[in-house]
Write a protein that binds this ligand. Structure first.
Ligand code: 5RP
Length: 219
């Protein structure tokens, strides 16, 4: 299977975890796009979805799946999203698609977070993928200098304004040996809206698509 086929197969595998008739949280990205398509093929499986981005909202609506505002629902049992990297503790780097803030909010509300990835995303140590951070524009110089002190090589992502009107810094060459400590440290910098390190709120289950089938890892 090629990379897209692996993404598609793990997206389909996630359907088994949906309790029929519920509202689910839906992430962002190419793997999630396959998931939304798979979801639409099972008529009325979900009552609706809470979306983490305009692009996912677009796809959900295109496939006739009602989209709810997070503030209008009482609880959320399930969030399904992918990641840029995930380790064996189910801590993740997310935000390659710049949707990290809304993704983190929905992940925090949801009772269960299922992360759907292909095997290329499973790593021992997080940090090969540049760590995305959403920041308030006026804080950029300050935050760049603080991130250099932490040992990373931060760069402002070009030509992107997030859905919240902010900018993204990607931190390169950042071997993350203490994910919870780094998440807390970056979160504490004034101007940071959110960091794409999901170390405190991990996934509960990872479905990993491999050439020999779906590997299930539980936290
Ligand atoms: C978006 C994300 C995505 O989950 C992550 O970038 C993975 O995307 P893809 O499924 O396209 O590989 O965090 O902000």
């Amino acid at each position: 299977m090629n990379a897209n086929e692996l993404k598609k197969s793990v997206a389909i595998a996630a359907l088994d975890y949906i309790y029929p008739g519920t509202i689910i949280g839906v992430g962002t990205g190419s793997t999630v796009s396959y998931f939304i398509k798979a979801l639409s093929s099972v008529k009325n499986l979900v009552h609706g979805a809470v979306s983490s981005s305009r692009s996912s909202t677009f796809f959900l609506k295109k496939y006739g799946i009602p989209v709810y505002n997070l503030n209008d629902i009482k609880s959320l049992t399930l969030y399904i999203d992918s990641a840029d990297e995930i380790n064996f503790k189910l801590q993740m780097i997310k935000g390659g698609g710049a949707a990290l803030t809304k993704e983190k909010i929905i992940a925090s509300v949801a009772k269960t977070f299922i992360c759907i990835v292909d095997e290329s995303k499973l790593v021992k140590v997080l940090g090969k993928f540049p760590l995305p951070i959403e920041i308030i524009p006026m804080s950029v110089s300050y935050i760049l200098s603080e991130l250099i002190k932490l040992g990373g090589n931060p760069k402002v992502r070009k030509n992107i304004v997030t859905e919240n009107g902010n900018i993204i810094i990607d931190v390169y060459n950042f071997k993350i040996l203490n994910p919870i400590g780094i998440e807390e440290k970056i979160n504490s910098l004034p101007g940071v809206v959110s960091v794409g390190l999901f170390a405190t709120r991990t996934a509960n289950i990872a479905l990993v698509s491999t050439q020999s089938g779906i590997q299930i890892i539980k936290s």
